[in-house]
Design a protein around this ligand. Structure first.
Ligand code: ADP
Ligand code: MG
Length: 265
């Protein structure tokens, strides 16, 4: 008998987002399905992190228009907690340090919050999963006992974000510049972690400034963001073209003078 796999769908339609009264995202459309890897690329200051934060529900990012649904349910109506429980996950560009909470306690609470009351993960199963993920990411075992991100190097913080992803098993994972601050070996390990998770059950949105991560996490779709919108989409060859030629040709092609958003003129 074949088992039906639930294939999640994140649908973003006409999304607009303001930060401190300035409109940063301006009518963005994007659909991410389980099994797909979408890369959102673009120069700095074009609104990539704003998109990620708004999807996750960061209170500073005010949605001023559009719709976002996950499996047909209105994401914008949900609290940050609810979004996480429903299977949205964000690996942040700048993870925060949390003193007094060990990484493993944090992970276990997060998993249990996602699974819901009465369905908590048995301790042994948690330990097994944690061990397996730590090994896959080549993270030292004692890292799980340390306070969350406290004193972690940039690379360790990024691995820790992927560790969370592996344990939480989200439906849609948004990875915001996970490659920044990683050397090539760490980059490969992080990519391996993501690739290992990929299935019809997981859709991935990889946000990155550089093409190099995409040598290891192969995107099916590549989108270029400028001025808070997706201005160009293509397949993996678009990322290669950007690697070879930079972003200026896109600006010329589209008549864009300044790709950044929210800057004072
Ligand atoms: P990217 O991730 O593409 O580099 P961001 O989304 O971080 O771009 O930023 C785009 C613009 O949005 C910034 O230039 C800034 O004007 C504004 N912005 C984003 N986040 C904040 C914030 N927390 N506070 C103030 N302005 C912000
Ligand atoms: Mg950013």
């Amino acid at each position: 008998m074949s088992q039906t796999v639930h294939q999640p769908v994140l649908q973003i339609e006409g999304l607009s987002v303001a930060v401190e009264g300035k409109e940063i995202i301006r009518g963005l459309d994007l659909t991410v399905r389980g099994g797909e890897v979408h890369a959102v690329m673009g120069p700095n200051g074009t609104g990539k992190s704003t998109l990620a934060q708004a999807l996750m529900g960061h209170p500073r990012y005010e949605v001023t228009g559009g719709r976002v649904t996950l499996d047909g349910e209105d994401v914008l109506e949900m609290s940050v907690d609810e979004r996480a429980r429903k299977g949205l996950f964000l690996a942040m560009q700048y993870p925060s340090e949390v003193s007094g909470v060990s990484t493993s306690d944090f992970l276990r609470s997060a998993i249990n919050a996602r699974r819901g009351e009465g369905n908590e993960i048995p301790l042994m199963e948690f330990v097994r999963k944690l061990d397996r993920a730590l090994k896959a990411l080549e993270m030292p075992h004692d890292m799980a006992g340390r306070y969350l991100n406290e004193g972690f190097s940039g690379g360790e913080k990024k691995r820790n974000e992927i560790l969370q992803m592996m344990l939480l098993e989200p439906k849609i994972a948004i990875l915001d510049e996970v490659d920044s601050g990683l050397d090539i070996d760490a980059l490969k390990i992080v990519a391996q972690g993501v690739n290992e998770m990929l299935s019809e059950r997981l859709g991935v949105l990889v946000i990155t400034h550089y093409q190099r991560l995409l040598n290891y996490i192969r995107p099916h779709y590549v989108h270029v963001m400028m001025q808070g919108r997706i201005v160009k989409s293509g397949g993996p060859e678009l990322a290669e073209e950007l690697e070879a030629k930079g972003y200026d040709w896109i600006k010329e092609e589209l008549g864009i003078v300044d790709e950044a958003v929210g800057q004072e003129a």
